[in-house]
Design a protein around this ligand. Structure first.
Ligand code: GLA
Length: 376
């Protein structure tokens, strides 16, 4: 009898060990592994992550992400601060980091109204440039940078944020001096410099149907002229509690999927109270810091944690459902401490917008996202 019982326990133990082994081999432990059959999992990196100083962030990036975007170092003010000065050091380090880790490398961004020095739009006397002179300057900028990283940077956010919320063209200096065709010219120059690179139009609030329709009109009109646009990048600076509604995000993905590839380029999910009612009309100004706008300095309450998990899961479920159209989902930063959402639209808050905590540990939300594809 005793022998039988021992035999029973031995078989049960063996079964448990086998099940545990199976579990550990089937449940992915990294984000990139979990989504490898669907899309790249990207992160925006700051300089300290590719120049080697951020010893906490680098291992997370290398383990979990297979696509990277530089948060600032390819923006005009950083890489081309004066008309005769190109500053490639950080961008070179960024690209080398991506190559070393065999990542899908994104260049962000070539033409934007923000983080672009005033001299770009002026002649040597400070007068506005003519259309032709600004086009020549834009061409020089794009050609120099895209050629330098030809075959190494795999995709470019060529033009960033050219649209208003109603889908009309934003009256930026690019638009006012060159006219609406500044967008197609940027794509033309980028394609000429690297014909194999993926080229995206990138913007925020593209879940807003009017703005999404504007993006469709813009990209379609360029493609109809035979100029290459790979697709549309949806930034994705979202907030908990269904802001935006997942079905609005989905509707835009479906529209954009008809024109080409969709990329989720800058995902983060803000957990703090909205601050816009405390702000003036100029949203480039930050709202004043007050306690009620910064309630979680000691950590997120469980209800907020859960609300953020639910939001990330809702959006990722949509991304998985439309993974035939989507080639990357990139979070805008690595750890909560890195996120721009600690400083905008109110400086000095403690936000928790990303998938890794301030110590570099995987948040519960990251674990949930890793399980999601296997539930499909
Ligand atoms: C926009 C830009 C990004 C970044 C974020 C805020 O979304 O595309 O480069 O500046 O704003 O950090």
């Amino acid at each position: 009898m005793k022998k039988k019982i021992n035999g029973f326990y031995a078989i049960a133990a063996l079964l448990m060990v086998t099940m545990a082994c199976q579990k550990s081999t089937t449940e992915p432990v990294t984000l990139q592994e979990a989504y490898k059959d669907y899309f790249y999992i990207g992160a925006a990196l700051n300089t300290s992550q590719y120049n080697g100083t951020d010893q906490r962030g680098i291992p997370i990036v290398e383990k979990h992400f297979n696509s990277i975007t530089p948060e600032n170092d390819l923006k005009w003010e950083k890489i081309h601060p004066q008309s005769d000065v190109f500053n490639f050091e950080q961008a070179d380090q960024f690209v080398e980091f991506g190559e070393k880790n065999d990542m899908f490398i994104i260049g962000h961004t070539l033409v934007w109204h923000s983080q672009t020095p005033n001299w770009v739009f002026e002649d040597e006397n400070g007068n506005p440039l003519t259309r032709d002179a600004l086009l020549a300057r834009m061409k020089d900028h794009i050609t120099t940078i895209v050629t330098r990283y030809k075959g190494r940077i795999n995709g470019w956010d060529v033009v960033n944020e050219a649209l208003n919320e109603d889908g009309s063209m934003r009256e930026s200096k690019w638009y006012n001096i060159i006219g609406p065709d500044f967008v197609e010219k940027a794509f033309e120059y980028a394609h000429a410099a690297d014909p194999d690179a993926e080229l995206y139009y990138n913007d925020y609030n593209l879940y807003n149907a009017a703005k999404a329709d504007g993006a469709v009109r813009l990209v379609k009109s360029i493609q109809e002229k035979g100029i290459h646009v790979t697709g549309i990048g949806m930034q994705g600076h979202y907030s908990i509690n269904g802001n935006p509604k997942p079905e609005d995000v989905e509707a835009s993905i479906i529209k954009f999927g008809e024109l080409g590839v969709v990329a989720v380029t800058e995902l983060d999910i803000d957990v703090l109270p909205p601050a816009f009612e405390y702000m003036g009309a100029d949203i480039s100004m930050r709202a004043e810091l007050r306690d009620e706008l910064n309630p979680y300095t000691e950590g997120m309450p469980d209800s907020i944690k859960q609300a953020q998990i639910d939001s990330f899961v809702d959006y990722f479920n949509i991304y998985l459902k439309h993974s035939d159209k989507i080639n990357r989902v990139t979070t805008w930063g690595v750890t909560d401490g890195d996120s721009w959402k600690n400083g905008w639209p109110v400086s000095g808050r403690t936000n928790y917008a990303l998938l890794f905590d301030r110590e570099g540990k995987e948040k519960e939300v990251a674990k949930e996202l890793m399980k999601l594809p296997s539930k499909k």
